[in-house]
Design a protein around this ligand. Structure first.
Ligand SMILES: O=C(O)CCC(=O)C(=O)O
Ligand SMILES: [Fe+2]
Length: 306
């Protein structure tokens, strides 16, 4: 019998097996919509992420995106260094960051949580919050990620939030609204599919309270206190956001957005008939029936398969 070398990548060591969420932890994720992992990265791996991100901010690219999708979040050094920086497709433009983020244990944890046989990258965003307590761009308003992913069929997508250091409340860590992935939505309109940077965010606490009341629950916010090498996961319908960085140090992180193997493109339109698009739609290859292929391994590599 021959062993398919492409499958050999999706194996865990015995030590890594111990890092997987237990059945009780998977159940807690299904109930609460978030999960804090064990230590999945060594300190050296995390430090390598910091170094690679600094090289990236300095202008280094291993590869340039072949196009500029209309909704791309993309900081570059022509902009102020002291705003919150977002860079989509960091796994594509930085080989080092891409290599570390696609470590099989992360996919294996995601597969357990999403109850999926396979996990692919959907998107990655490099994030930098400068140490400026009053910087308004540092605030991440309440949102859930599925609103940006209307053209995806899956309801099981999820995100790993990966800080490059110990990350507590003083750094403006990601904060989950406990159990909100189970809420029925009220007040949905066309604006929810817009990125938070382009929305009116003045009433989001009201929106959150109204949605909670509609579901007969209270808003319970849980800040993720994440030690170096650990990460948090959230379900694509879990409301989350984050506050000011008052720590005196930059808050560095990647959001690793993941899709289960079954996810694919579907057309989605606003109430006036305008089609919604995702950045991938102008970058990835097409499927046999002409849709953007969310399994294009150039952008959406498989990181775990059973
Ligand atoms: O940067 C943050 O605090 C939140 C990032 C985020 O929205 C996400 O990981 O989905
Ligand atoms: Fe998010």
């Amino acid at each position: 019998m021959t062993i398919d070398s492409s499958l050999a990548a999706f194996q865990l060591t015995d030590a890594e097996h111990d890092l997987l969420p237990t059945d009780a932890e998977v159940q807690a994720y299904l109930d609460h919509g978030w999960y804090l992992t064990r230590k999945l990265f060594t300190d050296d791996e995390v430090d390598a992420l910091v170094d690679a991100s600094e090289r990236f901010y300095g202008g280094h690219r291993d590869r340039d995106l072949p196009g500029r999708p209309p909704k791309l979040a993309y900081w570059d050094n022509s902009q102020s260094a002291d705003v919150q920086r977002h860079n989509d497709y960091i796994h594509y433009e930085s080989d080092e960051i891409g290599r570390i983020l696609t470590k099989p244990i992360i996919g294996a944890v995601a597969a357990r949580l999403a109850q999926a046989d396979a996990i692919r990258v959907y998107q990655t965003t490099l994030i930098y919050k400068p140490p400026r307590p009053d910087e308004v761009s540092n605030i991440v308003p309440w949102h859930f990620d599925k609103h940006y992913w209307a053209t995806s069929t899956s309801e099981r997508m999820l995100t790993a939030f990966i800080p490059f250091h110990d990350c507590g409340e003083e750094m403006g860590t990601i904060t989950m609204v406990d159990g909100s992935h189970l809420w029925k939505e009220t007040g949905v309109n066309d604006t929810v599919v817009k990125h938070f940077a382009e929305r009116d965010n003045s009433d989001l606490d009201v929106m959150l309270a109204e949605n909670a009341a509609f579901n007969n629950v209270e808003v319970k916010k849980v800040p993720m206190v994440i030690p170096k090498g650990h990460m948090s996961f959230h379900h694509c319908r879990t409301y989350h956001g984050s506050g000011a960085n008052v720590s005196g140090r930059p808050r560095r992180a990647v959001s690793l957005h993941l899709q289960d193997g079954d996810n694919e493109y579907r057309s989605f339109t606003l109430t006036d008939g305008t089609p919604v698009s995702y950045n991938h739609d102008v970058l990835v290859r097409k499927t046999a029936d002409g849709r953007p292929d969310y399994a294009d391994e150039a952008f959406c590599p498989v990181i775990w398969s059973r």
